[in-house]
Design a protein around this ligand. Structure first.
Ligand SMILES: [Zn+2]
Ligand SMILES: [Zn+2]
Ligand SMILES: [Zn+2]
Ligand SMILES: [Zn+2]
Length: 445
């Protein structure tokens, strides 16, 4: 066996990275760690550092960006423009030391895939590229920074699109974007055997199952709460390949993910066969209009999801808690349907942030089952959800149940994050706290 479950497959710092705009002033722009007291770059007043060590490290590339940022302040170019700018800087410097080494494999900037020919044919990507080039030229604004020939910029843009990782915090929320030389070599599966987690900007790929020497190490490039057709469409349009992984061939799972609500009175059984003529449990008639309405409901739910993502960024929790209340969606989609699960997750985060604990616990409890069945085994998403649930139960003093969920979370996070990750350490203190409370209750009774 090559890797036992929970082993470190690789660990590396990014080749280039940027902190997401929404995280600015909360995290260090270099190491991406949360920090109460941040130093500000005195020249551009735009970037922040946890200390002089990070500032110095960042300066190597920031020194060219700094006067440009100062020039366009208070506007800041988008994260993609900033990342592309850094890639261009690296391309121009062309340092022979810029190489990712993993075992016997070396990766350089020139080795990263760019899918240049597909990108040239891709209307949407072309529009995006034109937009980025426009912002980039505005950003440089005739200053002394010289851009390489357009063909090279396009190639770097392609490399950025194909190889970028979303950098997440321990709870799997996006905080930045980066390019990792070794990480970018890993292929995708919707049923992966490894996972990418981050400590600050550092990437660690860990095995989530036992992996034999002849098995390929696979990670997931995408959010997995979606039916195969949607995942495949996204992978094709973003990475130009057709996913044929075991999950994409699992029609039963798709049926569950798209579960519909039966129109029969008090029937709770999900309908998992698209286009079925009647409910397998109560025999309720499912007409053609029912399936037309299904389509509308799914469309509506997807619109709501897109909207909820925007509101989440704006931290508009009051609106988010109402997102699973759309009458059409509720009438037609079963509560275990992935779209509703996604909306309920937003609502749960709303309740948590509004400190409505009872409601939050109720949603977290309900979501545990779908989360466990829709994410692959040992997915960090499952561990993070169970930890949230346990933590909420601890707040409302349901300690026995809290202990059970925290222990379940521990089994998974040990594999997905590893025992040295700060999230795992937070979990251990929650477990200690929970056991202490249980001991006190036992003493009192
Ligand atoms: Zn730092
Ligand atoms: Zn600066
Ligand atoms: Zn797949
Ligand atoms: Zn029924």
């Amino acid at each position: 066996m090559l890797y036992h479950k929970g082993s470190v497959v690789l660990t590396e710092d990014p080749f280039v990275h940027v902190l997401m705009q929404s995280e600015r002033e909360q995290r260090c722009d270099e190491c991406l760690e949360m920090c109460d007291k941040l130093l500000r770059c005195t020249a551009c007043k735009m970037l922040y550092y946890c200390g002089t060590k990070c500032q110095k490290k960042n300066w190597k590339l920031h020194k060219e960006e700094c006067p440009l940022l100062k020039n366009c302040a208070p506007k800041v170019p988008t994260d993609s423009v900033r990342l592309l700018f850094k890639l261009i800087q690296k391309f121009k410097i062309n340092n022979p030391k810029d190489v990712g080494i993993n075992g016997n494999t070396e990766t350089r900037l020139k080795d990263l895939m760019s899918h240049a020919s597909e990108i040239k044919e891709d209307v949407k990507r072309n529009e995006e590229f034109a937009k980025i080039c426009y912002t980039l030229s505005k950003f440089i604004d005739g200053k002394k920074f010289e851009l390489p020939p357009l063909a090279d910029v396009l190639d770097l843009f392609g490399k950025m699109c194909i190889n970028s990782f979303t950098i997440c915090d321990g709870e799997m929320q996006a905080i930045g974007v980066g390019i990792y030389m070794n990480g970018s070599r890993l292929n995708h599966s919707c049923l992966p055997n490894a996972v990418a987690v981050f400590s600050g900007k550092q990437l660690t790929v860990r095995s989530t199952t036992d992996i034999d020497a002849d098995e390929e190490i696979l990670i997931s490039y995408i959010e997995q709460l979606g039916p195969s057709a949607e995942r495949q469409r996204y992978l094709k349009s973003s990475y130009y390949f057709d996913c044929t992984c075991p999950r994409c061939r699992d029609k039963d799972l798709d049926g569950k993910m798209l579960a519909c609500k039966c129109p029969g009175l008090n029937c709770e059984v999900p309908i998992t066969t698209q286009g079925a003529l009647s409910c397998p449990a109560c025999n309720a008639d499912l007409s053609a209009t029912y399936w037309d309405e299904q389509e509308q409901a799914a469309l509506k739910a997807k619109q709501l999801i897109a909207k909820s993502e925007r509101l989440r960024k704006q931290r508009d929790w009051d609106s988010l808690i109402n997102f699973d209340n759309d009458p059409l969606v509720r009438r037609l989609l079963h509560e275990t349907n992935v779209y509703r699960v996604t909306l309920q997750m937003s609502a749960m985060d709303g309740y948590i942030n509004l400190e409505q604990w009872d409601k939050a616990v109720e949603s977290a409890r309900f979501l545990a089952q779908p989360v466990m069945s829709y994410y692959p085994p040992n997915s960090p998403m499952i561990g993070v959800h169970l930890m949230k649930l346990g933590k909420l139960e601890l707040y409302i003093k349901q300690n026995k149940s809290a202990l059970q969920h925290l222990q379940q979370a521990e089994t998974i996070l040990k594999v997905s994050h590893g025992v040295n990750h700060t999230l795992y350490k937070d979990l251990t203190s929650l477990l200690d706290q929970c056991m202490e409370e249980l001991r006190v209750t036992l003493d009192q009774s």
